[in-house]
Ligand binder design. Structure first.
Ligand SMILES: OC[C@H]1O[C@H](O[C@H]2O[C@H](CO)[C@@H](O)[C@H](O)[C@H]2O)[C@H](O)[C@@H](O)[C@@H]1O
Length: 682
């Protein structure tokens, strides 16, 4: 771009008559352009936005102010999110004026009347769309031989039709108030109360879409993220104005990498990288500029470690959980400043995606005044950033910008050393509180993020051998394999949703990947770890399958101790849908085709037998008289045959006797059909 400007300038300079000054200016521009390319990463973004430029949520309805406070404090709905998802029937100005007409201390009924008069139901400004690339039976699902699992996968696959949304401009007037971000393309929502696009959820949703053969829908989500980066300079938590002051775990670069591998033909990949890189650089810049903390490097103080933290840009209650946040502050009688700090820390907890977890508290997780998310250097976030830096180094290399590639490589190396210095504790990684300068979680209660560096490969393979990883995993045997419902998020039971006993599908997939990768690195082929991966996969399928059969729902989280039961805790009831659960189920079923195939014989035979029995039973049910007549007829026939055998002369050879014939095994019956189930021999 800079080169292009230089060229145009040069054209004008040449046509307007050449002079030394013009050449000098041209040369100066050229030098500037080269310098800009060479200095630090800070100058890369294509869409530079200063702190003050960055759009904040200023809406008096959806973000802050007396209207929001009055409606939410009136406790009209079970879930505060309901109100901030309601589009207005009029513009914000008109609604605010209508609100001013309400008397001070208006009754609950009066506030409800105001809401009904001025707002539509949540989701009114969104349209459900059936994605164009959705087909009844995608080839990869057809290939699942096990009948029940195939049907299960199809049930999950059919959920995409209910989870894809589009902003619907026709439903509301142009200037009507709404918290919806006007995404240009269709997007996949998690489901239930989550009616908008969610940043990190989308990673696992896309994984499921690949199994469903829906590259186009996956691409639409990616393009929406590109639009967000261009419009806001970063990717918010979700596509609502009230999420504009925080992001989510930064998985976009990894999503793009996977999308490219899955959907972009090899010969188009280098062009695709060139197109997408400015967006990835910009996202990286956001995290680097607004979420970095420099930590002392003891071996080289001039080269501090640049580590990441979560840090929401607000000190107000979260609009979608307004009452909870205000009550947390009130019950603890906090000063104005302390309230602001509390709200900032809570919103930061939401940015982490783990909202909420005992991980973020330096006291009891039931008392929000001890939440310190912003003060923590989290293992998972820094592992994600490390992986992003590695991918960006690779992309710049492929995209023909080796200097940038080198800089990202150096960043990755710096972070790796930082992780080792501050987070690594003998045989796991532990979050670090850089304010108090202590490791979190001093009681040594296990939380799965202590192994998150394994999920993203953020450790030095030279220093951590496969055997050391095996030891590390075996130490937590009771958590990783001790529960029938899968791997719980940790051992602490606090009542928060990112604590025991909740099992989250994405975490199961992380561990399946780790065990598979470990197996591939072991000299004996890693049969043991392959089995462990299958074990986790099997538990995920068992619990989601039973959950679906018992409740006809795909839950957002499950219970570690009771197969098929939803998880709980936190500030809203467990949701049905559910984007990332569906994505992980499809991925696991697709990958585990080998394993499920081995069981196909027995499974299929047992299934068909049950189906046959069921259909015979239902036929009898429908034709009671006919069935009775057949029964009497068979009885009479048998009695007649028995009498006949009794009176027939004894034949010692047996070849022609009835009983002899009945004993003759026919080759067809001896050949096990599908599987060796003895049931088929009858
Ligand atoms: O409304 C409360 C919070 O809800 C979201 O968090 C939870 O759901 C998200 C969507 O599935 C998920 O990404 C997150 O990990 C969950 O904890 C939302 O992301 C929060 O910002 C919000 O405060």
């Amino acid at each position: 771009m800079i080169g292009q400007h230089g060229y145009i300038f040069g054209q004008r300079a040449l046509t307007g008559g050449t002079n030394v000054m013009q050449y000098l200016t041209l040369a100066l521009f050229f030098i500037l352009a080269v310098w800009i390319q060479a200095v630090d990463i800070e100058v890369w973004p294509l869409f530079p936005l200063s702190e003050s430029d960055r759009e904040q949520c200023r809406s008096e309805i959806y973000c802050q102010g007396p209207l929001l406070a009055t409606v939410q404090s009136s406790d009209l709905f079970i879930d505060c999110k309901r109100f901030v998802d309601m589009p207005g029937k009029y513009s914000e100005d008109i609604i605010v004026k209508n609100f001013a007409k309400l008397p001070k201390n208006a009754s609950k009924d009066a506030v409800m009347g105001f809401v009904t008069d001025n707002f539509e139901r949540p989701g009114h400004d969104l349209r459900v769309v059936v994605p164009g690339d959705w087909i009844e039976e995608p080839p990869s699902i057809k290939k699942i031989k096990n009948h029940r699992l195939r049907e299960f996968a199809l049930a999950v696959h059919s959920k995409w039709k209910a989870l894809v949304r589009m902003v619907d401009p026709e439903k509301t007037c142009q200037e009507c108030a709404s918290s919806v971000l006007k995404l240009p393309h269709p997007f996949v929502v998690p489901g239930g109360r989550f009616r908008e696009l969610y940043y990190w959820d989308t990673f696992w949703i896309l994984e499921g879409l690949y199994v469903s053969g829906m590259c186009e829908t996956a691409h639409m989500n990616i393009k929406n993220f590109q639009w967000m980066i261009k419009t806001y300079g970063f990717i918010p938590n979700g596509s609502r104005t009230y999420y504009l002051n925080r992001s989510h775990p930064p998985l976009f670069t990894m999503m793009v990498r996977r999308y490219m591998d899955q959907c972009v033909p090899l010969k188009e990949q280098s062009q695709y990288i060139k197109e997408i890189l400015p967006y990835l650089d910009q996202e990286y810049m956001f995290w680097d500029k607004f979420r970095s903390v420099k930590l002392m490097n003891p071996t080289d103080p001039k080269r501090p470690f640049r580590m990441s933290r979560y840090h929401a840009d607000t000190n107000l209650p979260r609009p979608e959980s307004f009452l909870q946040d205000v009550l947390s502050a009130q019950t603890n009688g906090l000063s104005t400043d302390a309230r602001k700090r509390l709200f900032q820390q809570i919103a930061t907890g939401a940015e982490s995606g783990w909202d909420f977890s005992s991980r973020w508290f330096n006291g009891s997780a039931t008392n929000f005044t001890s939440i310190v998310t912003s003060n923590i250097i989290p293992v998972d976030l820094n592992s994600i950033m490390y992986r992003n830096e590695m991918i960006l180094a690779d992309f710049h290399d492929l995209g023909g910008t080796p200097a940038s590639s080198k800089r990202y490589g150096e960043r990755a190396q710096n972070r790796l050393e930082g992780i080792k210095t501050y987070l690594w504790k003998k045989d796991e990684w532990i979050d670090y509180d850089f304010v108090r300068k202590v490791s979190m979680n001093s009681e040594k209660t296990f939380v799965v993020s202590n192994l998150a560096a394994l999920w993203y490969g953020a450790f030095s393979a030279a220093e951590l051998s496969p055997t050391a990883i095996e030891r590390m995993l075996q130490k937590y045997w009771h958590v990783l394999w001790g529960y029938p419902g899968g791997i719980p998020i940790g051992e602490v039971s606090s009542g928060q949703q990112w604590d025991f006993p909740n099992v989250w599908a994405p975490i199961q997939l992380h561990f399946i990947n780790v065990f598979e990768a470990l197996a591939s690195k072991l000299p004996d082929g890693g049969a043991f770890w392959k089995r462990r991966a299958v074990d986790v996969a099997q538990k995920l399928i068992n619990t989601t399958y039973c959950g679906y059969h018992n409740y006809k729902q795909f839950f957002e989280k499950y219970h570690a101790q009771v197969v098929g039961e939803p998880g709980g805790g936190g500030e809203y009831i467990v949701q049905d849908g559910f984007g990332w659960t569906n994505g992980v189920i499809l991925t696991v079923l697709d990958r585990g085709r080998e394993e499920t195939d081995q069981e196909t014989g027995q499974e299929e035979v047992a299934f068909r037998k049950r189906e046959r029995t069921k259909s015979i039973a239902s036929w009898i049910d429908q034709h009671p008289f006919l069935s009775l007549s057949i029964l009497i007829f068979v009885f009479l026939l048998l009695s007649f045959l028995v009498t006949l055998i009794k009176v027939a002369p004894y034949d010692p050879v047996g070849s022609r006797s009835m009983s002899g014939i009945l004993r003759q095994p026919t080759p067809a019956l001896l050949t096990p059909h599908i599987g060796d189930d003895p049931a088929i021999l009858v």
